[in-house]
Unconditional design. Structure first.
Length: 284
């Protein structure tokens, strides 16, 4: 009796296993699914931006003169011109702001930027001509130069490495130059100055030139970036003419002098920018 119950139980269990196996065989085969690819966040520089900058500038005003042969004793004018050649080097702080737009395609970036800045710094010199060169003994000429503001409109061409951008830039530069040139005869002694031995001319003019440079910019946050930039600026040549001093005309000895100023500048500055728009894109 006990054996018959055991045989029935084993038969029942075998039947259940057979039914389960048959049902499993009827189920569809499960398809293999590939794991999803990793998604990388890549910085996109496209969009408008605005910012501020500060740094230093190192200007150079190359000076040459055209001297009146009468005032400088005929052939001595050439020697006076040679002695007058030289450079003034105004330097100081520069600070301002910029606005621009970037367009990025793959790793290539094209951009347009405009900026304006205030400049500090003035340079001056004084030349005393040897008595042998001039009819007026120990004539003195002084020159001073300063740049007060500078603005540029530039294109940018760069290569983006995610959040770091390397670029070259160039375009048009505008700036204001202030110059003062004086000429003083007879050693610039007070008595002769009172008689009219002193003459001066001051000029303030806006010049147009060109600029070129390089820079590196890095995104420190989704919409914020910092950059370091170097620019070379050439504002061309400005000429002023010192009129004859009143005393020189009465002698009569002429001493009118034309001074040529050729101004260039070197800028090194740090900028911070805020960019509008979405800062990153998803790349599979």
């Amino acid at each position: 009796m006990r054996n018959s119950k055991l045989i029935v139980s084993v038969a029942t269990f075998s039947a259940i296993l057979s039914i389960g196996a048959a049902s499993a065989a009827d189920l569809p085969t499960r398809a293999y699914t590939k794991a999803p690819a990793m998604i990388a966040a890549v910085y996109d520089w496209t969009g408008f931006y605005i910012g501020a900058n500060a740094g230093g500038h190192w200007g150079r005003d190359r000076l040459t003169i055209d001297a009146d042969p009468l005032g400088f004793g005929g052939g001595a004018a050439a020697e006076a011109n040679a002695l007058s050649a030289g450079s003034l080097k105004p330097s100081g702080f520069i600070g301002g702001g910029q606005i621009g737009y970037n367009w990025q395609r793959n790793n290539l970036l094209l951009g347009l930027e405009a900026d304006a800045a205030w400049l500090d710094g003035r340079a001056a010199r004084s030349i005393t001509y040897p008595t042998a060169l001039v009819l007026n003994p120990t004539d003195v000429m002084t020159n001073s130069t300063r740049a007060t503001w500078l603005a540029t409109v530039r294109g940018r061409l760069g290569v983006a490495f995610d959040r770091t951008l390397l670029y070259a830039t160039g375009g048009v530069a505008f700036g204001e130059l202030k110059t003062t040139d004086t000429f003083c005869g007879f050693g610039c002694l007070p008595a002769f100055v009172a008689l009219g031995a002193f003459s001066s001319v001051s000029a303030s003019t806006t010049r147009t030139g060109w600029t070129a440079g390089v820079g590196v910019e890095h995104a420190i946050a989704n919409n914020w970036s910092v950059k370091v930039e170097y620019l070379y600026v050439d504002l061309g040549t400005l000429s002023t003419s010192i009129p004859p001093c009143p005393l020189c005309l009465t002698l009569p000895i002429q001493s009118d002098v034309t001074v040529h100023h050729r101004y260039t500048d070197n800028l090194l500055r740090v900028s911070i920018n805020y960019r509008f728009g979405g800062p990153v894109i998803a790349k599979y």
